[in-house]
Write a protein that binds this ligand. Structure first.
Ligand code: NI
Length: 255
């Protein structure tokens, strides 16, 4: 059994042929999917999919590059679903300094990140964190606004040194396609270092296709390649890895 803890089946590349995508994922053992929103429409679609398919769960939230023009009304409309039993996390939320260079805009990202962490805490939900080239500010915010119901550093891109800070916050580490890239020295070191009981596996599909499928549209079925690499790096039996990853995911998201 496999839980893809971060996928965007609500994106057009996958949504338009979702039955086929789910079917091929199930063939490799994926039986749970956490579909992550990034704006109003995608969050609402994640909830809709979670209602339609029993194996799908939803995360709702506003991604740091998608906060422009979002009104309080939009925020409230999305977050009104927080008590839905299939909504298991707030995400993806965080900071993205790769795409956003303007200081005022970065301040706005911080405000939205904090606002959504507080919302998750008030509603007893874990968070799914997007952090790109903003580690220092991201950790500062998380230390000052601790996620009380835990969460995951999705597609962890930090160093082994920063890992301790993230683990001290009680967070999980999400690994995906980049772990399999032949030149991915740091993610491989991180994988070796992270305690097994804090590790999650994800695809971020349709993005981040693992090696040797780089550049193609990613799908949850490709999670098998990521798991194989985790197994190789950890040097533990695949059976054990699968059990632990699944247990971690169910524990974090209370499913
Ligand atoms: Ni994502």
């Amino acid at each position: 059994m496999i839980f893809d803890t971060h996928c965007h089946l609500n994106s057009p590349e996958l949504y338009t042929r979702i039955d086929e995508v789910l079917e091929s994922a199930k063939k490799v053992g994926v039986d749970k999917f956490l579909v992550i929103g990034w704006d109003k429409e995608s969050s609402l679609l994640a909830v809709e999919l979670a209602h339609k398919y029993k194996e799908i769960y939803a995360a709702i939230g506003f991604h740091p590059t998608d906060i422009d023009g979002v009104s309080e009304k939009d925020f409230n409309e999305v977050m009104s679903h927080v008590n839905d039993p299939k909504v298991v996390a707030i995400g993806e939320i965080g900071l993205d300094y790769h795409w956003v260079k303007d200081p005022a805009q970065r301040e706005k990202q911080k405000e939205w990140f904090i606002k959504q962490i507080k919302f998750a805490n008030e509603h007893q939900k874990p968070i799914s964190i997007h952090n790109r080239e903003a580690f220092e500010d991201c950790l500062k915010i998380l230390k000052e606004n601790r996620p009380l119901y835990s969460g995951v550093m999705h597609c962890y891109s930090g160093s082994v040194e920063l890992l301790k800070d993230v683990l001290d916050l009680g967070l999980y580490i999400g690994l995906d396609g980049p772990l399999t890239f032949t030149n991915a020295k740091t993610p491989k070191e991180v994988c070796e270092e992270v305690p097994l009981d804090r590790l999650l596996v994800e695809t971020d599909s349709p993005y981040l296709s693992p090696h040797p499928l780089r550049g193609t549209v990613n799908e949850p079925k490709n999670i098998a390649l990521v798991i194989d690499e985790i197994t190789r790096l950890k040097g533990i039996s695949k059976k054990h890895i699968l059990e632990v990853l699944y247990d971690n995911s169910c524990k974090l998201f209370h499913v």
